[in-house]
Ligand binder design. Sequence first.
Ligand SMILES: *Cc1c(COP(=O)(O)O)cnc(C)c1O
Length: 212
Amino acid sequence: MDNLPPTVKLVAISKFHPSEYLQAAYEEGQRVFGESQVQELQRKVSEMPDDIQWHFIGHLQTNKVKYIAPYISMIEAVDSMKLMAEIQKQAAKCNRTIDVLLELHIAEEETKYGLTIDACRELLKEGEWRKMTNVRICGLMMMASYTDDSDQIRNEFTLASDFFDEVKAGYFANDDYFRERSWGMSHDYPIAIECRSTMVRVGTKIFGPRVY
Ligand SMILES: *Cc1c(COP(=O)(O)O)cnc(C)c1O
């Protein structure tokens, strides 16, 4: 994973890998790791050094927010007001502000998760998030379709990138923190970077295949 442009942050997706693998990456200087399950994350947090920034990248159930609220650096896949309200509540209890990304659903795969572009527009327009002073919306996250068709992947990233500009102009024009575009995984991160990604979430290419 060398030669990422300096504007692109690498989130090492370590889900399902043992802490020894994370430790090896840590020793090479990696400090940002992404996990998708609360229990596994909790265990790794206790096993790994304190100066790691942990990103939660999976679907987060509201009843589990309280476990990660004290330390999580970013919750990447927020796709409902209900989840955001719970993050607000737990962040306030911990006296901190939690950075989040709004997860878009653009890919053609059927999944329950992620906001369509229209739903995301609605959520922002409705405005309840403005009251959530312990939640900071830092940008957008999405996954492209799992396909070999690089034109399709490129189209999806471009759609997300254009929508980012719309949201930035409409709601966060003066907010420097709204700047993250989290797209790109092992198989498509070079395309994602061409499509203005600021944050790539790479697992397999760093750690090898996952053993489930
Ligand atoms: C697992 C996962 C990744 C990493 O996938 P790789 O193909 O191993 O790079 C990235 N983003 C999300 C949301 C994931 O769940």
